[in-house]
Design a protein around this ligand. Structure first.
Ligand code: C2E
Ligand code: MG
Ligand code: MG
Length: 747
């Protein structure tokens, strides 16, 4: 307070120094009563006057001091980035800084101590410095000055060059005004571009107060999207839009990976739910801390995703879960029951002869039947049981909560019954049966893959047993399947490396006892298991398609071996019916003959009756083509098929080989002998050679001779031998022949 006190005294002393001038000034200033110069009348006053005169030097020092402070203050406020102005109670300039002069550069020439703000405003208006005032200059000035005397509020002022100035004014203690000027042009421009971005944005946007979560502003896109008017919006809080979530969207930390993919459900004015991804950013709206929310509607995307997920996990025809979904369900159930005595059963159900429904009544009816079956199965099950469609005619049920296998049996029976009733489809009454394979955890598998596989194996068993039945999985089935797989892998190798090779079993002319030829029988010398029987691996080769390379190998080898034998000795090679389907059998035979140089008449091909079951034109054409090459065709295992006789009509065979089961029975029953007798006479009638297979005893041999059978083959003569032994066998026979000739000569 010291400076102000001194200044007070300075005023006094100035008065005493220039009393006349001061008196005039005061009078001119407003007719106030001049103060009486009382000190001039008494000696005491005189003393005081002296004292005052004495302190004049002191006063001047004080004035200089005050000027210095004033100057320091000016320098200090010049350093501020804002414009500063100080007015006295009468609205006259006391102090202003450089920035203030720069802001009002057009009227800066008028600024001086004691000049009135009102006057500079008036000049400024006249010079067009305040475009807001145009047309109502006096009112504008009055309004501006009113603001000056009721300060404390901020207001903005636009200048002619487009700058926007923020004005804030405060009353000082002596009734003057301190004013602050901030150039907010840039801020205003940013605000304007934000508004443009906000208002015109096609993405719905909402500005929300951070404290009370009230909606402060929305853009047109939000209004259109939600269906609330602007006014309605501004009465809402953000949470009233949220369908389920209780927290405001900006609480979600987007850096948190789990939250980054977070979506929200909002309710529109019409009650519809939408899915949203929300992006938020904090800002100041007016004066309030707020948050801008950009609301991306992802309802359609979510729907599409859901559709895709559904399609990936369901069967399009019946709408049932598919194999993927079933696997999931099984694994979930297994997890659930891991520590409980409850078991999970998979019942795999295959429709019997579904293909024939499709073939005879068409696919539309087939589809309807499948839907009908699905419906009946579903209605037989409890809610918690899962029903899936695995492929065209296979369904699977996962049954949980069972304690004993009998529980699964009960369900299997009910499912079979449910399916059995006729279906009325497009005017057709269709009856379809089914078989069921059952596998149960944990014994038959502890995870879905294994359990489903076990159920599948059980289903194959059930289908073999009898149509319309069910079967449980048996570990033996699995072991067999596994050893099959092992065989398949090793067989592939064995064929590739030609480990597989033919052994030869002689065919004997029963009247002369001479070797007419050899049958090539495939042998597999296995490193660990010794010689493996073709009965074990031929079916595997047929199942896996390996029969084609195997057959090719046998043909090539047999022809190469046979060409080293005497010219009148034939070789017989077995063909699988599947080789006829490959399409290259004919060229395989031609190549083998050409490559070895074996005359076609020395090659016999043995086929079984199953080949002719299909009676396909393609098979017969191939047979005829083979025969046209000069190759002989034999029917192997005659009598074991269903309609052997009718096959003899479809193709002119060169040889019939009576199956060894008839030869075996020769001693035991008379029927066998009668059958052989009639086959022999059939052969005579057709001009076909009859060979008996599996001749093991002299008794069988003499019986066959009696019946007039042409040829024999069997262990009695020889088992199959490697090629190396064939040459010596033939040489031995030649020895016998030579001895016979000598004997004849002697006779
Ligand atoms: P298959 O063509 O009927 O051949 C005769 C089978 O009877 C051979 O069995 C032979 O060893 C056996 N056998 C011969 N004499 C006797 C006998 O006195 N008593 C008994 N109990 N059996 C006798 P193998 O070699 O085990 O062949 C079994 C079947 O495997 C063959 O029956 C044939 O169908 C098939 N097979 C063999 N080699 C081939 C081949 O290279 N290709 C094709 N596709 N199948 C072959
Ligand atoms: Mg054979
Ligand atoms: Mg045979």
């Amino acid at each position: 307070m010291r400076p102000r006190g001194r200044l007070g005294r300075v005023k006094l002393s100035l008065g005493s120094k220039e009393p006349r001038k001061r008196k005039r000034t005061v009078l001119a200033g407003g007719g106030r009563q001049p103060r009486k110069p009382r000190f001039a009348r008494t000696p005491r006053r005189l003393i005081e006057r002296d004292q005052l005169v004495q302190s004049r030097a002191e006063a001047e020092a004080v004035i200089a001091d005050a000027r210095k402070s004033h100057e320091r203050l000016r320098q200090a406020i010049d350093l501020l980035p804002q414009g500063i102005v100080i007015l006295d109670p009468e609205g006259r300039y006391v102090l202003w800084n450089k920035q203030y002069s720069e802001i009002y550069s057009k009227t800066a020439d008028l600024f001086q101590e004691g000049a009135r703000l009102e006057d500079t405003l008036r000049v400024g208006v006249a010079r067009g410095d305040y475009p807001e005032a145009a047309g109502h200059e006096d009112e504008w000035i009055a309004e501006r000055l009113k603001k000056l005397y009721e300060p404390g509020k901020r207001h903005e002022q636009t200048l002619s060059d487009g700058r926007v100035i923020l004005i804030e004014e405060r009353r000082t203690e002596d009734g003057g005004v301190v004013g602050l000027r901030v150039d907010i042009t840039e801020l205003k421009q940013r605000e304007a571009s934000f508004r443009l971005l906000f208002d015109g944005n096609p993405v719905p946007m909402i500005v929300c107060a951070l404290d009370d979560e009230c909606i402060l502003g929305v853009n047109d896109a939000a209004i259109a999207h939600y269906g609330y008017s602007r006014a309605e919006f501004e009465r809402l809080k953000i949470r009233s839009l949220q369908a389920f979530d209780s927290e405001p969207p900006w609480t979600v930390d987007r850096s948190d990976e789990e939250q980054a993919g977070r979506t929200w459900k909002h309710v529109k004015a019409d009650g519809a739910l939408i899915d949203l991804a929300i992006y938020s950013r904090e800002l100041t709206y007016g004066e309030r801390p707020a948050v801008l929310l950009a609301l991306m509607d992802i309802t359609e995307r979510k729907r599409a995703e859901a559709r895709l997920t559904f399609m990936a996990q369901h069967d399009g025809l019946t709408g049932l879960p598919n194999r993927n979904k079933l696997r999931q369900a099984v694994d979930e159930m297994l997890l659930h029951t891991r520590r409980s005595p409850e078991k999970v059963a998979v019942l795999m159900l295959g429709l019997d002869n579904f293909k024939s429904v499709n073939d005879t009544l068409g696919h539309a009816v087939g589809d309807k039947l499948l839907r009908g079956v699905a419906k009946r199965l579903r209605s037989t099950l409890r809610e918690e049981d899962v029903l899936a469609r695995l492929n065209s005619d296979e369904f699977a049920v996962v049954q949980s909560g069972l304690m004993r296998p009998e529980d699964a049996v009960g369900l299997a029976k009910r499912l079979l019954e449910a399916i059995a009733d006729p279906y009325l489809l497009d005017g057709h009454s269709v009856v379809i049966g089914a078989s069921i394979g059952i596998a149960m955890s944990p014994g038959d598998g502890e995870e879905s893959e294994k359990l489903l596989k076990s159920a599948g194996m059980a289903l194959s068993r059930a289908k073999l047993d009898a149509r319309g039945s069910f079967a449980f999985f048996e570990a033996a089935l699995d072991a067999k399947a596994q050893s099959r797989r092992k065989i398949e892998v090793e067989l592939r190798d064995a064929i590739q490396n030609e480990v597989l090779r033919p052994y030869y079993q002689p065919l004997i002319d029963l009247s002369s006892g001479r070797i007419t030829g050899f049958e090539a029988l495939v042998r597999w010398p296995h490193a660990e298991r010794g010689m493996i029987s073709p009965a074990e691996f031929i079916p595997v080769a047929e199942e896996t398609g390996l029969i084609n390379p195997l057959g090719g190998l046998m043909l090539r080898r047999a022809c190469l071996d046979a060409v080293t034998w005497p010219d009148d000795v034939r070789v017989a090679v077995n063909l699988s019916p599947l080789q006829f389907r490959s399409g290259n059998l004919l060229s395989m035979v031609t190549d083998a003959l050409k490559h070895s140089g074996l005359p076609p008449r020395r090659l016999e091909l043995e086929i079984t009756e199953t080949l002719l079951l299909e009676k396909s034109a393609q098979v017969l054409a191939t047979l005829h083509a083979l025969r046209a090459l000069g190759v002989r065709i034999s029917m192997d295992d005659f009598g074991t098929g269903y309609s052997s006789l009718s096959y003899l009509r479809s193709f002119p065979f060169d040889k019939i080989k009576i199956d060894q089961s008839f030869v075996r029975d020769l001693g035991a029953n008379r029927e066998a002998q009668a059958i052989i007798r009639s086959i022999v006479s059939l052969g005579k009638g057709l001009g076909v050679i009859i060979t008996a297979e599996g001749v093991e005893t002299e008794a069988e041999l003499s019986c066959l001779r009696t019946e007039g059978c042409d040829e024999g083959q069997g262990f009695l003569f020889s088992k199959a031998r490697p090629n190396a032994e064939i040459i010596s066998l033939l040489a031995a026979q030649r020895g016998i022949d030579a001895a016979d000739e000598d004997a004849a000569l002697v006779a």
